[in-house]
Design a protein around this ligand. Structure first.
Ligand code: GSH
Length: 252
């Protein structure tokens, strides 16, 4: 059987809040597979301890486990002979790479801080991620994971700043994203390219109405970000749009 006839299994957190995933890294991989038309199935899991690098996402393909969203995109691009960047100039490929690092290595940590360390968002996280746990686990697991994250934020560096400084960093990143997108349909121009998988995953996570932060305040005022997410959703996750438009069932 050739590689392309074997479905890819994407192992990731369960979907919630009407988004493909609240982990932008998981959503990036699924978006990429939709962009490329790669057949896949999803295996939802919550426990990362058995993942190859103890993080989600990872994929399983032909019996092989491949962790890390960027290595997954490299692997899939090779296996399925895909190059979403072939139309970009060398300079645009460099800009695209720099934005990828901005989203994934910098802005990600601001988003993580805001979700786990702001009172309103922490309540949302606890309810969404942990409410179905047995009472004995519910008593300590959320706080344990939060403590682990605090250590990671410190190790990364962002956790050593004040709240104002953290949001100053996040807002400057977001301003650069808004300006780079401008009035273009896709992040690097008229045609979709690989960075769109990352950009869409991060921007739509920041726009999630369930979480509040100065970044979501700024992004709500940026029409180009909302239009961009609608465009990507229409193209690659049209079933989510249909769900949003379903009439509410009252009194059932
Ligand atoms: N560089 C990794 C980052 C993945 C990542 O940070 N995943 C987070 C969820 S957004 C995770 O699984 N965290 C669990 C943990 O750190 O224990 C990638 O691109 O896949």
């Amino acid at each position: 059987m050739d590689n392309q006839s074997n479905k890819v299994t994407l192992v990731q957190f369960p979907a919630m809040f009407g988004l493909p995933n609240v982990s932008p890294f998981c959503m990036k991989v699924e978006t990429f597979m939709r962009m490329a038309g790669i057949p896949y199935e999803i295996k939802e899991e919550v426990n990362t301890t058995k993942a190859p690098k103890k993080k989600f996402p990872y994929i399983i393909h032909n019996g092989q486990k491949i962790p890390d969203s960027s290595f997954v995109l490299d692997y899939l691009s090779r296996e399925y002979c895909i190059d979403f960047n072939s139309h970009l100039s060398i300079q645009d490929q460099a800009v695209s790479r720099a934005f990828q690092r901005l989203f994934e290595e910098n802005l990600f940590w601001v988003v993580a801080y805001s979700r786990w360390f702001e009172d309103h968002n922490w309540k949302v996280i606890k309810e969404a991620f942990f409410s179905t746990l047995p009472p004995i686990l519910k008593g300590f697991l959320p706080n344990q994971i939060k403590k682990d994250l605090e250590a990671k934020l410190k190790a990364q560096g962002i956790g050593r700043h004040s709240k104002e400084e953290i949001y100053d960093i996040g807002l400057k990143d977001l301003r650069a994203i808004i300006d780079q997108l401008g009035a273009k349909p896709f992040f690097m121009g008229d045609r979709v390219s690989q960075i769109d998988a990352t950009a869409y995953a991060f921007i739509s996570n920041i726009l999630l109405p369930e979480f509040q932060s100065p970044m979501d305040e700024l992004s709500k005022t940026a029409e180009n970000l909302r239009n961009y997410c609608d465009r990507m959703q229409n193209l690659y996750f049209p079933e989510l749009l249909a769900k949003q438009e379903e009439p509410e069932m009252i009194g059932v």
